[in-house]
Design a protein. Structure first.
Length: 277
């Protein structure tokens, strides 16, 4: 079955463990139908990486994650030729040194291309790499193939992977790259959506506790002097700390217990203690 036909048959509608807005669901599904990468931007903690995991689970497809670092090159995702190991083997009598293929290891993009079934490929935090990195991937993402000159082999995708790319918006991406993507910006969840997210993690949470937690959390996020605002992962951890520690629900907004779970910078903690009312 053609991958595009399969994408039409299997529409992503969110999952039991992932709450998504209608706009995000539409963007994810149209990207799969158009066979274009889905580029997700948003501040840290808005669930960008979890989206790929949710799509993988909902569609029953394997997830391959390529974590991008500041030193990552596009070549790393294709293949690595271990010339040092081959030289070592040739000097010390290793077997099969003439078999260059033995010293070629596919990267994450290569793995996605050669898998026997369609996979979800997450290229995570692409904005951490240098500015040329996205453009260096254009040919491979467009043509779904790459050449290995050391062996003369061309690796062609058996199935076009569903490509999801995340960015924390730390730097702008090249226009040529953006034109090839379906783009969606994940806004930080409002109180209503955050309440739905919390209930996924804590289905039995009391409405009183949830109301107090949300009031304190958004009050902190709205303080302009806070440099590293708490994200979704922090509120989930904070609720666990509050429940485990037996915090007085009626005093959560006033006292903000276990503040170190929400704020991770000393200056932010000092700022909150000075301004909290």
């Amino acid at each position: 079955m053609h991958d595009r036909e399969e994408a039409r048959m299997k529409e992503f509608r969110g999952s039991q463990n992932y709450v998504a807005s209608e706009e995000l669901l539409r963007a994810a599904n149209i990207a799969m139908v158009l066979e274009k990468p889905l580029l997700i931007k948003g501040e840290p903690g808005t669930g960008k990486t979890m989206l790929a995991e949710a799509i993988s689970q909902a569609l029953g497809k394997k997830l391959i994650i390529w974590n991008i670092k500041s030193t990552t090159k596009a070549q790393d995702g294709l293949y690595v030729y271990d010339v040092v190991q081959r030289l070592y083997d040739s000097q010390f009598g290793g077997q099969g040194v003439d078999d260059i293929e033995k010293y070629v290891k596919l990267g994450k993009l290569g793995e996605a291309f050669t898998d026997d079934e369609q996979v979800i490929l997450l290229i995570d935090e692409i904005d951490k790499a240098d500015l040329e990195f996205p453009n260096d991937l254009l040919w491979e993402l467009d043509r779904m193939e790459f050449h290995i000159p050391e062996t003369g082999r061309t690796v062609k995708a058996k199935h076009r992977p569903v490509v999801i790319i995340t960015s924390n918006a730390e730097k702008e991406l090249p226009d040529a790259f953006l034109r090839r993507c379906v783009f969606h910006y994940i806004e930080f969840p409002d109180k209503e959506l955050m309440a739905d997210i919390v209930r996924v993690h804590y289905p039995d949470i009391s409405e009183r506790l949830l109301t107090q937690v949300l009031e304190a959390f958004y009050k902190i996020r709205n303080l302009p002097q806070i440099k590293k605002k708490p994200s979704t992962s922090e509120i989930i951890d904070w609720i666990q700390a509050l429940q485990h520690g037996g915090a007085d629900v009626g005093r959560i907004v006033k006292e903000v217990p276990y503040l170190g779970v929400l704020l991770k910078k000393n200056e932010d903690i000092d700022t909150l203690r000075r301004q909290w009312r």
